[in-house]
Design a protein. Sequence first.
Length: 342
Amino acid sequence: MKINTALATLLLIIGSIGNLYAQEFEKNIMTGGSKGTYIQIGRDMAKLGRECGLTLNVNESAGSLENLVAVKKRTNMQFGIVQSDVLEYVQTYAQNDPDLKRSVYGVRIMFPLYNEEVQVLAHRKVTSLADLSGLKVAIGKIDSGTYLTSTLILDILRIKDADRLAMGASEALPKLLNGEIDAIFYVAGAPTKLFMEAPIDGAKFHLLNITEPELQATYTSSEIAGGTYPFQPDPVNVVAVKAVLMTYDYKVKKNAYHRQSCKAVSDFSSIILSNLDRLKKSGHPKWRDVNLSELPPGWKVGGCVKTGMATGYKLACRTAVTAAPAGKRDEEYLKLLKLRFK
C-alpha cells in the first residue's frame, strides 16, 4: 500500500513537471494608459501573435520612462514602447549618472514606430501655451513620457508659474470638463481613444496650436487634421516626438530565460515585419505612419531583432498562419540593420 502511494505521488510529480514544461513561455509588452495609443498598438501585436499561437500580454503603465526601465528590470517584459525624446534625455544624462546608465544598460531598439503629437486640450480662454502662466495644468503622471515632454516644453518657454499637476490625461480630463483645471498635456498618437470617446464640447474646449519657434527647433512639426476629433473641425499645428518599440539585448548562451526571451523577440520581429502592410490596413491608424528607416540616433538595434528579421528566419507557429513572403519585407530597414551591425 505504501509502495502504491509513493508511486502515485511520483507519477503526480512527473505529471506536474510535464505540465510545467508544456506551458507557453511568458511574453509581455509595456504600453500606456487604457485609452492611449500605445495600448492599442500592443493589442495589434498581440492579435498577430495569437494567430501564430503565441500569447503576448499587454500591460498598462504610466508611460515611457516606466516602460524603458521595465524592459531592463522586469522578468518576462520583453517589449516596451517609448518616446524618442525620453531616449534622448536618457542618453544625455546617463553619461554623468551611473545609476541611470545601469538602469538602461542592454536596452535596444526593435522598431521605430510613428510620430506622437503633443496635444494640449484647454479651455477656450487659453489661446496659446504662454497663456498657461498662472493656470492649473495637468502634465502627465510621473515616469510617463508626457510628464517629461510637458516639463521640457514649459521650461523651454520659461512658463515657470503654471500650477503643474502630476496626473494622467484620463484622470485629468473630467477635472478639465468640470472646470477644476485649465488644460491637459497629452503626448499620444492621434486619434486617441480618450479624446474620441469623451463628451468634449468644442464651443468650450480646443486643442492649442503649438507653433513657437523654440519648440519647432527642438521637436518635429506635425498637424492634427481637421475632423480627427468630433470637437475639432479645423486642422491644428503641433509638434511631435517619435514612438519607438524597445527590447533588451538577450544573450542566447547565457541561460534558458535569455534563449526563450530572445526567441520571443525574434518571433515578433518576424511577425510584425511580415505583416506590416496588413497592420497599416487594419490596425490602429498610426501604423500607416510607420517608417522603419527612421531609427533614433545613438541607439543600437537588438541582435535578437536582427535574427527575426533575416529573410531565412523560420517562424515556428503553434497554429497555422500565413505570413508575407520574405520579398515583401521592408528592404530599407534591412539595409539599415546591416549597416548598424557592421
